[in-house]
Structures are given as C-alpha cells and as structure tokens.
Design a protein around this ligand. Structure first.
Ligand code: N2P
Length: 388
C-alpha cells in the first residue's frame, strides 16, 4: 500500500517515516498461552482477572474489549473521562481504582515526574517491537527511555465545518484564508453563531490553539500569554453555544455548524452523516496556519491493582490488526508500524486523517505544560466559559 502519508518527524514537525510492508518476523500474537492463566504481579501475588480501564469517549473499536475478554478471560470494566484535566485530577488524588489510563502525552511528562505512573515491564509486552521507532523517539522527550507510556491514537485539534450550513450563513462572505478565523474571529463567529459553534470542553484543548492564533507559542510558559489568549477568547464567547468533548452527534445531526474538535471525531461525524444519508456535510479542515498535534498514550497508574492485566491489554492492542482497527473504526492513526498494511486504503488516503508532508510540516508537535501554565489555563478557561 501507499505509505506516503504516514508520517515521522523533521525539523520539529512530526512526520511518520514512510515504510514498506512488514516482514513475517513481526510479532503478531499476544501470547495466548500465558494469557489464559492469571499473572503474578510485582509482589508475586496472583491478580484477579479484572482490568479497570479509563479512556476517552468514542475512542475504542466496538469489539476490542469483548475480543480481549474472550482471549484472556480478563473482565474489563470500562469507563470514560472527558479531558486530560479530569484524568490528571484522579491520578493526583490517587486510589483511582484504574489499572489502565490514557493520558495525552502533553500531560504525561509531569505525571511521570510526579511518580503517578508505573514503569512498564517491556518483557511482558513482546508486541512492543511493532511500535514505530520514529514516534517513540519523539515520545522519549516526555518519557525518557520510553519507560512509562505506549501510544494509543493520535490526531490534531482543528476546525470542523458543516459545509452547506457555513456557506449559507456566510452568505457570500468568502471563507477566510486562515480556518481558525471561523472560530476565533468575531467577524466570522458573529455569523456562524446562528447555526451553532461548538468548542471542546477543556482548557488544554482550546488554549494552545488560541495562543497560536494570537502569535504566541502553543505551550508557552509565560502566564501573560495565556491572559492575552483569554482576552481574545472573551470577544467570541457570546457566539459559542456548545462546550463538549463528545461532539460527534452535534456535528453529524447539524446542531453545530462549526467547531474546534479532534480531527478523528470530526471524521467520525462526517462518516455518520453520510451513513444517515443526511444533508449534513462535515469536513475536518487542515488549517494552512497549522494545528496542534496530540498523542494519547496507554499508561498504568502507580497504585494499579492489576498492572499485569494492563500489560496484557497493551500487548493485545499492539498486535498489528488490533491496532489497525482503531484507525479503521474510529479514524485515529496509531503508532504501530506493523499495523499500517491493515489500514483500509480509503482511510490511508484520507488527507485529513493522515496528513500529507506539507500539512504535517505546519503542525505543532506535542510538548508539555508547566504546572503554572496548567493553572493559568484552568483559571482562564473557567472565566471564559462563565463570561457571556
Ligand atoms: C475522543 C478521542 C480523542 C481524544 N474521541 C483526544 N485526546
């Protein structure tokens, strides 16, 4: 298959290296023999066959958990959280009860440094070798030695539109050269508010894009930058109708005509509207001004009761076909190199899922927030939402 659109990293921009087909030596199975028996945890105690998994909404293929349960006999309790802030608060508080969580890499660095995560035992994860070294070397910046986190899905925060509705309310005003104007510039939001503007409901999802829009670094450590972004946001606040981390149906049903969302979710909404044979035509725009790339990662909380089961799940996920199902079913690319040949050709060719080299070069690679920046973002976002 054509792997041109999978990227790796050049000059600070992310870019998956083009790769050929995987040879027969690629580990494929998850070790079913040992999976059937309960695994001893670090203390040598047998784990009960339970896995408490905490993930983002709309972020798992339909059959993945049932298939894992069938193969391993491990019962999965699955819950979802809406943003990195929520997950981080649970990890900081401790005793979350979760064995496997999915922090964004932008939060993982401080979580690792604070001792909130458990070091992986890579010997228990033979399929780890399927991961793309180009991506792992980038994650090495937040997780030196790649000891704590394993990439799940990645995408970017961008602007969604319902094409026909937007054209209608713009009524002849041309689309802006910078797609971010649609959601950050009162000239456009003042028009689009009539068909519904939605924003992701989290400080760390909105502020980096807002910072960049006003010409500041997306992961600025300067608190005054966040204040300036807050001032920009205040001007469009009256025009924003919906705050949500689950906007797929809002977009697909036509309730929102413009949004700041995750490209993967926007593409799910696009497909859903097509399936529903509705008039709604959703697009994930790839802004020429760039957008913020994110990586979500599998990690085991320090105090997890079933770390062995969590590692079994990680190994299960890292089978090429299982990883590919995350891309095929929920439109998020993965970092599993061996999965690439199993990605459906029409998805591999979709430029808003797998960015072309030129688009990728404009994207902002993930970094991390200082604690002070996180506090500033929280305060500013709360004010922003309150103001109307
Ligand atoms: C939600 C998946 C995206 C998570 N559907 C963003 N970090």
């Amino acid at each position: 298959m054509n792997t041109k659109h999978f990227l790796a990293i050049t000059a600070g921009a992310l870019l998956l290296a083009a790769c050929g087909k995987q040879g027969g030596s690629t580990p494929q199975a998850s070790g079913t023999a040992s999976a059937a028996s309960a695994q001893a945890n670090a203390g040598g105690v047998e784990e009960e066959k339970v896995l408490n998994f905490y993930n983002w909404p709309d972020y798992i293929p339909e059959h993945m958990l049932a298939d894992f349960e069938k193969e391993t006999g491990i019962k999965v309790n699955y819950q979802t959280f809406e943003n990195n802030e929520m997950l981080n608060a649970k990890l900081v508080a401790g005793n979350s009860g979760y064995d496997l969580v999915v922090p964004g890499s932008v939060f993982a660095k401080t979580q690792i440094e604070a001792g909130l995560l458990r070091k992986l035992d890579k010997a228990q994860i033979p399929n780890y070798s399927n991961l793309d070294p180009a991506i792992m070397s980038k994650l090495d910046k937040v997780d030196p030695g790649n000891n704590y986190i394993v990439p799940w899905g990645w995408s970017y925060v961008t602007v969604a539109i319902n094409k026909k509705a937007v054209d209608k309310v713009l009524a002849g005003t041309p689309m802006p050269a910078n797609a971010w104007d649609l959601v950050f510039n009162p000239v456009y939001t003042g028009k689009l508010k009539s068909c519904g503007i939605a924003y992701l409901d989290a400080p760390s999802e909105i502020l980096p894009s807002a910072l960049r829009y006003i010409g500041k670094p997306a992961y600025s450590a300067t608190i005054a930058d966040y204040k300036a972004a807050g001032e920009m946001l205040a001007k469009v606040r009256p025009d924003v109708r919906i705050f949500t981390s689950t906007m797929i149906d809002d977009l697909a049903s036509g309730k929102a005509c413009a949004a700041i969302g995750w490209a993967g979710d926007i593409n799910i909404a696009r497909n859903r509207a097509v399936e529903n044979k509705s008039d709604v035509q959703i697009e994930a725009l790839v802004p020429s001004a760039g957008a913020i790339i994110f990586f979500d990662t599998l990690a085991i909380p320090k105090d997890a009761k079933h770390p062995g089961n969590a590692q079994k799940f990680i190994n299960y996920f890292l089978q090429p076909k299982v990883s590919a199902s995350l891309t095929n079913e929920v439109s998020y690319p993965v970092a599993n190199k061996a999965a690439r040949e199993f990605v459906k050709p029409e998805i591999a060719a979709d430029k808003s899922t797998f960015l072309g080299d030129e688009d990728m070069a404009k994207m902002v690679a993930p970094e991390s927030f200082t604690n002070e920046a996180r506090e500033a973002m929280n305060a500013i976002f709360t004010e922003f939402k309150k103001g109307k």
